[in-house]
Design a protein around this ligand. Structure first.
Ligand SMILES: *Cc1c(COP(=O)(O)O)cnc(C)c1O
Length: 222
C-alpha cells in the first residue's frame, strides 16, 4: 500500500480530537514529501542531526515535532524551528530549552515525558519528579517554554490490558496535573501517546497526538 493510502486509512480511524504525527525518522525527504502531498503537516523526528539535515530541504510549513531523547548540548540546533518538544525528561533539559529560546525570543511548547512503562530502558520523569519540577521556583521563572501536556510510551507487549492500563494512568496523571497546576489554562491540553502497534488503545484512552511511523511508511530497516 502507498504512503498516501496508509495516511488516509489512519486519519479516517481517528476521532476529531486526535491529530496524527507522521514519524519520519530514517525516511528520505522524498518519502516525507509523499506524505506531505496528502496534506499532512506534522512530522516527528527523534535524532537532532537527522532533523537538522532534513528540515532545510523540506517545505517550511512543516510542523516539526521532536520525540526522542534530547541532549542538552543539541537544544540550540532545533530551537529556531521546532513546533513541539514531546520528550522533556529532566528539569535541567527544560531549563536549557528555556535559556536557548530566550536568546532568540521564542516560546517553545513542550510536553513532559512521563515514565509509564515497566521497561528500564525508557526515558521519562516519574510522577513525583514532574510535580517537583512544576512546583519549583526555577520553573516559575522560565518564560520561554510553555508546558502543553504530557507524553508517554507504553511497555512493548502484546498484552492489551497492560498497555491500556498504562495509557489510562497517563491520562489520569494529565488530569491531576491540569487540576493542580494548570487550572483554567486552555494551553495545557495535549496527551501524546500511541504508536503504530498500540495507537487504537491510546485513542480509546484519550490520546490527542498519535506518533505513527511504520504503519505509514512501512517497517524500518534500522
Ligand atoms: C519511532 C517512534 C515512534 C513511532 O514508532 P512506529 O512503531 O514506527 O509507529 C513513536 N514515538 C517515538 C518516541 C518513537 O521513537
Amino acid at each position: 500500500m502507498s504512503i498516501a493510502t496508509n495516511i488516509r486509512k489512519i486519519e479516517r480511524s481517528l476521532p476529531s480530537g486526535t491529530r496524527l504525527i507522521a514519524v519520519s525518522k530514517t525516511r528520505t525527504p522524498a518519502e516525507i514529501l509523499e506524505a506531505y502531498s496528502t496534506g499532512l503537516r506534522r512530522f516527528g523526528e527523534n535524532k537532532v542531526q537527522e532533523l537538522v539535515a532534513k528540515q532545510p530541504v523540506l517545505p517550511s510549513d512543516i510542523e516539526w515535532h521532536f520525540i526522542g531523547h534530547l541532549q542538552r548540548n543539541k537544544v540550540k540546533l532545533i530551537v529556531p524551528f521546532i513546533s513541539l518538544i514531546h520528550s522533556v525528561d529532566s528539569q535541567k533539559l527544560l531549563a536549557t530549552i528555556d535559556h536557548e529560546a530566550q536568546k532568540i525570543n521564542r516560546v517553545i511548547p513542550c510536553l513532559l515525558q512521563i515514565f509509564i512503562a515497566d521497561e528500564e530502558t525508557k526515558f521519562g520523569l516519574t510522577e513525583e519528579e514532574a510535580c517537583t519540577l512544576l512546583s519549583s521556583e526555577e520553573y516559575s521563572n522560565m518564560l520561554n517554554i510553555r508546558i502543553a501536556g504530557v507524553m508517554g510510551m507504553a511497555t512493548f507487549t502484546m498484552d492489551e490490558d497492560k498497555v491500556g492500563m498504562e495509557f489510562r494512568k497517563l491520562k489520569d496523571f494529565f488530569n491531576y496535573l491540569k487540576n493542580r497546576f494548570f487550572q483554567e489554562q486552555e494551553t495545557f491540553g495535549e496527551i501524546s501517546m500511541g504508536m503504530s502497534s498500540d495507537y487504537p488503545l491510546a485513542v480509546e484512552e484519550g490520546s490527542t497526538l498519535v506518533r505513527i511511523g511504520s504503519s505509514i511508511f512501512g517497517e524500518r530497516e534500522s
